[in-house]
Design a protein around this ligand. Structure first.
Ligand SMILES: COc1ccc(C(=O)NC2CCC2)cc1-c1cc(C(C)=O)n2cccnc12
Length: 121
């Protein structure tokens, strides 16, 4: 039972690594590559209680913390949503988050996820 779950995580891990590479390529300015801090974004840590960024997601992939593509997707959406909560709509960060969210959702759309779920269980 445990081996099966472990074995299952291999392919899922590969899939998520590939998915993250594809999506992160769109973050050319690397606004989402690292955790946002209070120096560059005043008051960030008191406004955004559940921060998320690509480096944190990468670490979670590496330690097999994601057991499904849905879990990965919710961290991705959290990351984008944080940026639309903290930043005003006219800012480059808000716009970058909206663009990134659209790209990410295309990569993780329903059809693909159901195919992946069938393939990876
Ligand atoms: C890891 O986060 C970042 C890294 C680098 C930069 C950056 O290069 N900013 C320069 C472009 C104009 C200043 C911005 C950010 C950044 C991301 C964000 C997000 C994602 O909200 N942010 C918000 C307010 C101020 N700065 C940021």
């Amino acid at each position: 039972e445990k081996e099966n779950i472990e074995a299952m995580k291999g392919p899922l891990k590969k899939l998520l690594e590939c998915l993250q590479k594809t999506i992160q390529r769109k973050d050319v300015d690397q606004f989402f590559a690292w955790p946002v801090n209070d120096v560059i974004a005043p008051g960030y840590s008191s406004i955004i209680l559940h921060p998320m960024d690509f480096s944190t997601m990468k670490r979670k992939i590496d330690v097999s913390e994601y057991t499904s593509i849905e879990e990965y997707k919710s961290d991705f959406l959290l990351m984008c949503e944080n940026a639309t909560i903290y930043n005003r709509p006219e800012t480059i960060y808000y716009k970058a988050a909206k663009r990134l969210q659209a790209v990410g959702l295309k990569c993780m759309n329903k059809e693909k996820v159901s195919i992946l779920k069938r393939t990876f269980g």
